[in-house]
Design a protein around this ligand. Structure first.
Ligand code: ARG
Length: 489
């Protein structure tokens, strides 16, 4: 147990030390990737004449059995790589199985496995994110005219529409998508063939394993290949950024579903109740997304802190960073799905939103703008006149405005063209919103932005499908080559 690597060089490790050093529990994440890496490496070794076709065939057949048995049937070793090799040797003898690791190290192997699995997870999160962005856009289309209060500092600021608000989140999530897409580029590179760190004297064909595993390119420097974990930092950073944006949506759902706001009702499936207070309906899913954002940031900080100041090249510390990556992946994938489900099933209280759209003198800016346009006074003066109105909590009548302007600038604004009609026009939220075309809530402008976002989404979808196809084509190619190799005797 735990000795295929150490039986010649070192004495047996006591169980507690092995438990301390082993990554086998977390390696479940890379079990399937490891089998794929083994297959690609074996096919390449046979093609290059480094092992015979027969050896390759016998090992590939045994790997099928190992894959079917799953990680639970592997012997306890330091990690999944040693465990698979140990199982293989137990099945087919060392004379055969002992040849699989020719021209390879666990250092290039683990880096390759992590990249393969992470690549799949990035594609998965990206697909879910496309769906969430689509849901936000679809709901925005429905709520182009739905008035609601807009906030700064969580204080009523200016009226807006629900569509405008939802598209703000869609914009942020579009950038998150771009970050994940960038992280994918740096993740989908092949370290295989780098061996321990210095490459190998065996004539391994790195381009071939790169191709068989669906990587986009090789990491040229072998020392960099085994030791780089910046692709993990970049991905975890993209996940943390995404979670931060999701947490903002979650926080709003928590607020908006409260009786104080009463903007939305969250669907029952995303709510919990209290064990003591029978009336309670709590937004637990949204709260947990907010909470998991902390875990996601912790994962990023974990990877950064573990990998900082590590001298070249492979150091065992790196093993400690990997679980943080899987934690970040888990948080992000589930949270995107939950957010999509919550938004898709939420009930919007349009009346309540409209009622609150103009409370708190939310049309004050519009009124100040109207004074500038009508009377030609500087904006700062208009701001002070309307600010005085707000301070007095007075109804914005022509009489009041004249009184304030007379004491402030020595002139009545009615003398500069202001009348009741201009004032009441400025206080009409629907008219105000129609005028806000600079990326604002004006329905025409929102419709324009929806068109742009839909286009971007479609292009993202096409590019994602192409990436997925490249990966699945490679898997198919590897499968075919494996079948060919298995038939050789
Ligand atoms: N379990 C190890 C990891 O996650 C695999 C590589 C082990 N390499 C070594 N030289 N001990 O990093």
């Amino acid at each position: 147990m735990g000795d295929i690597l150490r039986k010649a060089r070192l004495s047996t490790q006591p169980a507690d030390v092995l438990a301390f050093t082993s990554s086998i529990d977390v390696d479940e994440w890379i079990f399937e990737s490891d089998i794929a890496v083994d297959r690609a490496h074996l096919v390449m070794l046979a093609e290059e004449g480094i092992i015979t076709g027969e050896v390759c065939s016998r090992i590939l057949l045994a790997l099928d059995t190992i894959q079917d048995g799953g990680i639970g049937e592997l012997p306890l070793e330091e990690d999944i790589h040693a465990a698979i090799e140990s199982k293989l040797i137990g099945m087919v003898s060392e004379d055969l199985g002992g040849r699989m690791h020719t021209g390879r190290s666990r250092n290039d192997e683990v880096a390759t496995c992590i990249r393969l699995r992470l690549r799949d997870e990035l594609l998965r999160v990206m697909r879910e994110l496309i769906s969430l962005r689509g849901i936000l856009i679809a709901h925005a289309k429905v709520h182009i005219e739905t008035l609601m209060p807009g906030y700064t500092h969580t204080q009523h600021a200016q009226p807006t529409t629900l569509a405008h608000h939802l598209l703000a989140h869609a914009g942020a999530l579009g950038r998150d998508y771009g970050r994940l897409s960038d992280a994918y580029v740096r993740t989908n590179e092949s370290p295989l063939g780098a061996a321990a760190f210095a490459g190998t004297g065996f004539q391994v064909n790195r381009a071939r394993t790169c191709e068989l595993l669906g990587f986009d390119c090789i990491i040229e420097n072998s020392m960099d290949a085994v030791s780089a974990r910046d692709f993990m930092i970049e991905s975890a950073s993209a996940f943390a950024n995404l979670m931060t944006n999701l947490s903002r949506i979650a926080a709003e759902l928590v607020l908006w579903s409260s009786s104080e706001f009463d903007f939305v009702t969250i669907d029952d499936r995303y709510a919990s109740t209290s064990s003591i207070m029978p009336q309670k309906k709590n937004p637990d899913v949204a709260e947990l997304i907010r909470g998991k954002t902390g875990s996601s940031v912790a994962a990023l900080v974990g990877i950064l802190t573990i990998t900082r100041a590590l001298p070249q090249s492979y150091n065992r510390d790196l093993q400690e960073a990997t679980p943080h990556l899987w934690s970040a992946v888990t948080c992000a994938l589930a949270s995107v799905r939950m957010t999509a489900g919550m938004i898709d099933t939420v009930t919007v209280h349009e009346e309540s939103l409209a009622r609150q759209a103009t409370t708190g003198f939310a049309m004050a800016t519009e009124l100040a703008d109207a004074l500038v346009r009508r009377c030609g006074i500087p904006f700062r003066t208009a701001h002070q006149i309307v600010g005085t109105l707000a301070r007095m909590d007075a109804a914005p009548s022509l009489e009041m405005i004249d009184e304030i302007s007379l004491s402030m600038i020595g002139r009545r604004l009615s003398g500069l063209g202001l009348d009741e009609q201009v004032i009441s026009g400025a206080l009409d939220p629907v008219a105000g919103i129609r005028a806000h075309v600079s990326g604002g809530p004006a329905p025409d402008d929102v419709a324009r932005v929806i068109g742009i976002f839909e286009n971007v989404l479609l292009n993202d979808q096409i590019a994602l499908d192409a990436r997925c196809k490249h990966v699945s084509d490679a898997a198919e190619m590897l499968g075919c080559e494996v079948q060919v190799c298995k038939r050789v005797r």
